[in-house]
Design a binder for this molecule. Structure first.
Ligand SMILES: [Zn+2]
Length: 263
């Protein structure tokens, strides 16, 4: 009987089309959302017990890892992750403070923010789950890579909201019908079109890249305009007002699946 051969890490190195430049290359794993964006990348699922007490599980690694970007594109885009982590930390701390106050939405000023950098970090991560986006939307990819800022008015919109600290993670994408999904509830996703190209619903943020035709139906705020701002702009104090949303069923990413939540 043959013994199975041990697998070396090299065995798992994957080649494919880079999600940002489209070149066939060895791909590095993209962590979506960026590792340590909040809570060391661990999502804790909360539920209300029969005694009406909030219970949190031990948590599982949040987000997903997808072989997506070539070394050059990874090197170009990964420096933006610091801004994503900064925003996630800011909102996560604010949500914990506000939890239990019954707030519907939150208005806050992010000190030292660079929205042109944040949206590029988020969208670069989203290319890892929006399979084929570089082929169908090369102009959007070009806007993402234009670190000095480039406005984009296309048929996809970048939407943003907040999620309660107890919300589970749902990260994936269904661009061109390709389904990649991760959910800590273990439920599968079989949503009819038009499904979002990419979803990063991961405490404390709920980020969507959706068809412009149905963008207004989501409770989120359209922040696509941040692409016009530079990723290396001077830091600014940015006032934002965002709804708090919960993914109600966890089985689809349709507009009706997201409901506004109280903290
Ligand atoms: Zn590349």
């Amino acid at each position: 009987m043959q013994q199975p051969r041990p697998l070396s890490p090299r065995t798992h190195a994957k080649k494919g089309a880079c999600a940002l430049c489209g070149r066939y290359a060895r791909l590095t794993e993209a962590h979506v959302p960026p590792r340590a964006a909040f809570n060391d990348g661990v999502s804790r699922r909360g539920r209300i017990s029969a005694e009406q007490r909030l219970e949190l599980d031990r948590g599982r690694p949040g987000g997903i890892r997808v072989p997506a970007h070539c070394d050059a594109c990874r090197a170009e885009t990964s420096p933006w992750d610091d801004e994503y982590i900064k925003w996630a930390t800011f909102w996560a701390e604010g949500l914990v403070v506000l939890e239990g106050h019954g707030a519907n939405g939150i208005r806050a000023t992010i000190p030292g923010a660079r929205p042109g950098r944040f949206i590029r970090a988020a969208l670069a991560g989203m290319t890892a789950v929006a399979e084929g986006l570089v082929g169908t939307h090369p102009d959007l990819i070009a806007a993402i890579r234009a670190s000095d800022g480039k406005a984009w008015e296309g048929d996809r919109r970048f939407l943003m909201a907040l999620t309660p600290p107890t919300e589970g993670a749902s990260v994936g994408g269904m661009h061109r019908g390709m389904q990649i999904h991760f959910s800590i509830t273990g439920t599968d996703v079989r949503a009819p079109a038009p499904a979002p190209s990419a979803v990063i619903h991961h405490v404390p943020l709920s980020l969507l890249l959706v068809d412009a035709a149905i963008a207004d139906e989501y409770p989120h705020v359209d922040c696509t305009g941040w692409l016009a701002e530079s990723a290396v702009a001077a830091e600014q104090d940015l006032e934002l007002s965002l709804p708090v949303v919960r993914l109600s069923s966890g089985t689809t990413w349709q507009p009706e699946s997201f409901e506004e939540a109280h903290l």
